[in-house]
Design a protein around this ligand. Structure first.
Ligand SMILES: [Zn+2]
Ligand SMILES: [Zn+2]
Length: 241
């Protein structure tokens, strides 16, 4: 394909002008990636996990204890990495340090991960409140969604969901407080026609409170199937398996 040939040429030109450098150890990067082969091999892959919420499990394709007791309001989760060293370092640099090179690297890793069988018809990144977006300058979920949408040929829509009120940072809250914190925080744009199968996308899935609240909004609007996609699965605070 001509597009692939063009990408390879651009990649070679980039490597000559600006050699790929590993963001973690400074060694030469593997082609097309700001990570060396050794650091890339250390990334924690989430190969064996709960089919419903992507919590790491010793046996794949079964449900974790939490999902057996109380299933989340979405159909399936896709989180190809675990939120652990050294991926967490890149994610923190991207999310809190404004390091877009880390973001591009994370997006490239996600794009190359084994894909879900059932692709959605639309990808909706979890929105930031307008004020947070102004402070940060970018929505970390949207920037990860764009390359995936392009690779899968599935549209990503940034303005379908809106965050209608500012919420406290979820990282400082326990599971119950997180649910309360995001209740009623999201709304759909008026008059929007949504397809039957939508994937919500966020950078990290922790308790899933934010994604669950967004999923409820979509289900109420008549979306038949909502999946959740996250780059990385974090452990639930306080265990809870
Ligand atoms: Zn390295
Ligand atoms: Zn589960």
């Amino acid at each position: 394909m001509r597009k692939d040939a063009l990408r390879r040429s651009l990649s070679r030109l980039h490597a000559w002008l600006l050699p790929w450098r590993c963001l973690l150890c400074g060694a030469a990067g593997a082609e097309g990636l700001d990570l060396c082969a050794a650091c890339a091999a250390e990334l924690p892959r989430n190969a064996s996990c709960c089919a419903r919420c992507a919590l790491p499990l010793p046996t794949p394709a079964v449900l974790c204890g939490r999902c057996q007791r109380h299933a989340p309001p979405w159909a399936a989760a896709w989180a190809p990495f675990r939120y652990a060293w050294p991926l967490d370092r890149l994610e923190r640099r991207y999310k809190f340090g404004g390091d877009l090179a880390s973001g591009r690297t994370l997006a490239a890793l996600w794009r190359e991960a084994p894909r879900p069988i059932d692709l959605p018809q639309l990808i909706l990144p979890v929105p930031l409140h307008a004020r947070r977006l102004r402070e940060r300058g970018y929505n970390q979920a949207l920037e990860l969604a764009r390359p995936l949408a392009q690779a899968f040929g599935v549209p990503a829509q940034a303005d379908a969901l809106r965050r209608v009120r500012i919420t406290a940072a979820q990282t400082e809250l326990d599971a119950l407080a997180r649910r309360r914190n995001v209740r009623g925080a999201f709304a759909l744009r008026e008059g929007l026609a949504l397809p039957a199968h939508v994937a919500l996308l966020d950078d990290v899935l922790t308790t899933g409170a934010t994604l669950a609240e967004c999923a409820r909004v979509l289900r109420r609007a008549g979306v038949a199937r909502v999946d959740v996609w996250a780059l990385a699965r974090a452990p639930v605070p306080g265990g809870g398996r």
